[in-house]
Design a protein around this ligand. Structure first.
Ligand SMILES: NC(=O)c1ccc[n+]([C@@H]2O[C@H](COP(=O)([O-])OP(=O)(O)OC[C@H]3O[C@@H](n4cnc5c(N)ncnc54)[C@H](O)[C@@H]3O)[C@@H](O)[C@H]2O)c1
Length: 334
């Protein structure tokens, strides 16, 4: 029997995931809930899903859901997470897990009490390169890591390709909480080396001023990790190109994952050249992995949990606070 999924928040990323889900015979998009009826209608028209104006009505009206995907903005997550916990079905929660640690911890505790299968939408963990690098780095001493991410996010908003809330910290939490979290999360996944404290600097940048925008153009986060490794992460939202790289350096390796080229890892390891080029779509892998885990009722098939995602959020909350206070911040142990 196909896994029956209900969707809360039928906007951009939900519609993106739906394109994969509808290709999987083992999944059905049973229903979608969104106060924006135009977005909900996309699901009725494209997938024959029943539509609702809010999450509570959907959960009341759909008695045989196996899983719920929450893809509304992170500012309206806690209540639907609690409702999903009450229903006792599997949860796919888009990133970030919340905008602040208090809400994240409240949601984490509700999920733990309910004992439901759960995951957060960190598709970068589903890149074969991330898994490969994690295997290669296991047991090795990384001296430093360098992460450089630049995208035209402000241009996407200007062109109507991304929501306007990405201009403001009140709307999205800021660049690190909204998006930098993907790369802090996958760095934690690959290195298995928890950041302990961070320092950060950010600036609104030299791009055209946009009224009300307080999300910085460029943020640079440096972190000291538990092993003594130091990482530096540059995160920019105004570059005209896509530039996404992660470099890991140790005495016997120097590996760069060219994330902007897909699944490309190049460099040197143990005196030998590395040039690995794989084909994969991490978003699709993530959806397939979630559906398979729900069908098998097996949490271990998933690459992230809500509880673990709270740790990535804690890094980004500390980085955001470091920018605001211009002082180093310990990362809260959540
Ligand atoms: N994993 C990724 O790469 C990725 C990419 C984009 C967005 N996201 C995340 O997904 C989330 C949504 O982003 P988006 O770009 O799709 O935003 P969006 O604005 O396009 O969609 C959000 C939808 O949620 C709806 N909504 C608002 N309040 C609601 C409520 N109370 N109940 C039900 N629906 C409600 C809105 O009407 C809208 O249709 C964000 O947390 C974002 O960070 C993740």
């Amino acid at each position: 029997m196909a896994v029956r999924i209900g969707i809360i928040g039928a906007g951009g990323i939900a519609q993106h995931h739906a394109k994969t889900l509808c290709t999987l015979p083992e999944a059905t998009i049973a229903a979608a809930a969104d106060p924006n009826q135009a977005n909900a209608k996309v699901f009725a028209d494209s997938y024959g899903s029943r539509t609702y104006s809010d999450a509570a009505r959907m959960l009341e009206g759909e008695s045989d859901l196996d899983a719920v995907m929450i893809a509304s903005g992170a500012d309206v997550r806690l209540e639907p997470i609690r409702q999903v916990c009450e229903r006792g079905v599997a949860l796919f929660c888009e990133k970030p897990p919340a905008l602040d640690l208090a809400s994240a911890v409240a949601a984490k505790e509700a999920i733990e009490r309910a004992g439901i299968l759960n995951t957060v939408g960190f598709q970068t963990r589903w890149s074969p390169s991330a898994k490969r690098l994690r295997e290669l780095m296991t047991g090795r001493r990384i001296l430093f890591a360098r992460v450089v991410i630049a995208w035209p996010v402000f241009k996407w908003v200007e062109d109507g390709l991304a929501p306007g809330r990405l201009y403001t910290k009140a709307g999205c939490g800021g660049p690190m909480i909204e998006q930098g979290i993907h790369y802090q999360d996958v760095l934690r996944y690959i290195t298995q080396d928890e950041p302990v404290w961070v320092q950060a600097v950010a600036d609104l940048g030299k791009t055209e001023p946009i009224e009300g925008r307080d999300c910085e153009d460029t943020t640079i986060v440096t972190a000291r990790h538990a092993s003594g490794m130091v990482s530096a992460h540059v995160h920019n939202w105004s570059h005209v190109e896509h530039l996404l790289q992660m470099q890991l350096v140790g005495n016997e390796f120097d590996l760069t994952w060219r994330i902007d080229e897909g699944e490309v890892v190049v460099g040197r390891l143990d005196g030998k050249d590395v040039d690995e080029r794989l084909e994969a779509n991490p978003y699709a892998e993530e959806m397939k992995g979630f559906v398979a885990a729900v069908a098998a009722k097996d949490q271990s098939m998933l690459r992230s949990t809500y509880a673990d995602a709270c740790k990535s959020l804690a890094v980004c909350v500390a980085a955001t606070r470091a920018v605001e206070t211009r002082s180093a911040q310990d990362i809260e142990n959540v």
